[in-house]
Structures are given as C-alpha cells and as structure tokens.
Design a binder for this molecule. Structure first.
Ligand SMILES: Cc1cc2nc3c(=O)[nH]c(=O)nc-3n(C[C@H](O)[C@H](O)[C@H](O)COP(=O)(O)O)c2cc1C
Length: 211
C-alpha cells in the first residue's frame, strides 16, 4: 500500500463567484440535493467537531436531520461527550464531504438545543427500535461489556411493551447556527475553488480563498 502515490485529479465541476447564491444556506440546500441525487453514500452524514472549555477538540460523525433558515439540526444524547462539550463551549464545526461530486462544505457556528417539542416531533417518527436504543444507551459512558447494553435494551423493551415510547429527557436536537460556511469544489492540479461566506453586520460576505 503506497499512500504517497494515492491521489485523485479533480475535474468534475467548477465554482464561480457569479454562480453562487447570496445566502449560503440556500446554496447548501442545492449542494445537499445534488449529493443525494448523485447517490452519495450517507449524503447527510457530517463530521461534528466540538471542544472542551480549554479548547481540546474532538470529532465524530452525526446525521443532519433538518436544514432550517437559521441553521443545521442533528440529534443526540445530551449527556454524551459531545453534549457535555457543547454545554461548556458552544462553538462547533461541521464538515460534509461528497466524494462523488468532489465537494466539501465546512461550517463554523454556535450550537444550542432545539425545543423539547421539536425534538418530540422527530423522536415520534423514529423506528421503535431506535427509540428503545435512545433509552438503553448511556452514550459515551464506559460499560462493562456488550451483554450489559443488550440487557438494558431488553429491560426497556419490557418496560414499554404495548405502550408509546416517550422521548428520554436526555435525548434531543441541537441546531448549529453558522457564522462561516465554505464551499469547496475540487479542480485539476490542486487549484481548487473555495468560496467562503462570513456573517457580518451587513449580512453574508462572499470571498474566494486560495486552495
Ligand atoms: C454514519 C454515522 C452516523 C451517525 N449518526 C449519529 C447521530 O445522528 N447522532 C449521534 O448521537 N451519533 C451518531 N453516530 C455515532 C457518533 O459518531 C458517535 O459515536 C456518538 O454520537 C458518540 O459521540 P461522543 O462520545 O463524541 O458524544 C453516527 C455515526 C456514524 C458513523
């Protein structure tokens, strides 16, 4: 395996200042739809980076579940490692990579919890087994073994048998409200296109970055 020799010359598309929309969330919606149409695997999967109060970062993949005019929504356990980091430091970053389109989107923003009612709306449409999983998993905590998790799952299965499964209090959504969004389009010979939006007092400012 020779990683030194492994590279791809990007040539599918271009990204010009005169073709981008003035609002980056509208622009994101177009790119997301194109990623879905391109049969990209898990097009709504994004890397979420959070950090501790003193700036030690950590990343993991979560699923984008809603794009609102104000930001990007995902769901998780509020007591997980990411949940604790967001409680201490609400700055975070999101990253999408759509290899089929040779595209990347980078987002920087501020995370906050969505309302309990909004979280309920999504929880209600989840499959029953996912609902039980939300109850059974003490996400990010150390557990003795797999059997422990399966026993917890079984306990909740019995507890809620024949009943509606409510949303656990410690499970719900966050919205990341962006102040920076960058659209990256791979181009030949590493001369890629990068268009960055930064939120200013006068709205979104659009600039080109060197690749
Ligand atoms: C494709 C993919 C999608 C995922 N989606 C979610 C998600 O939407 N919410 C979530 O809490 N974890 C999701 N996970 C698991 C997270 O990556 C992570 O393991 C978990 O949230 C615990 O992270 P933490 O300990 O940093 O809080 C996903 C993982 C993958 C690979």
């Amino acid at each position: 395996m020779d990683l030194f020799d492994m590279r791809r010359n990007f040539s599918l598309k271009t990204l010009e200042e005169n073709e981008v929309l003035s609002n980056p969330i509208d622009m994101f919606q177009i790119w997301l739809k194109e990623a879905i149409d391109s049969k990209s695997m898990e097009p709504n999967a994004m890397t979420l980076s959070t950090a501790t109060k003193d700036g030690k970062p950590s990343s993991r993949v979560v699923l984008l579940k809603q794009v609102k005019t104000e930001g990007f929504v995902f769901f998780t356990n509020y007591e997980s490692k990411k949940g604790k980091q967001i409680a201490d430091n609400n700055y975070c970053a999101l990253n999408f990579v759509w290899h089929e389109l040779e595209r990347q989107v980078r987002i920087e923003g501020i995370a906050g919890k969505i309302s309990g009612e909004e979280s309920d709306t999504y929880f209600e449409v989840r499959p029953e087994k996912s609902k039980l999983g939300a109850w059974a998993s003490p996400q990010s905590q150390i557990i003795p073994d797999r059997a422990y998790l399966e026993a917890l799952n079984m306990d909740y299965n019995l507890k809620f048998k024949g009943k509606d499964i409510p949303r656990p209090e410690n499970w719900g959504g966050y919205i990341v409200k962006p102040y920076l969004i960058e659209f990256w389009q791979g181009r030949p010979n590493r001369l890629h296109d990068r268009i960055q939006y930064i939120l200013t007092d006068n709205g979104w400012k659009i600039e080109r970055l060197a690749p």
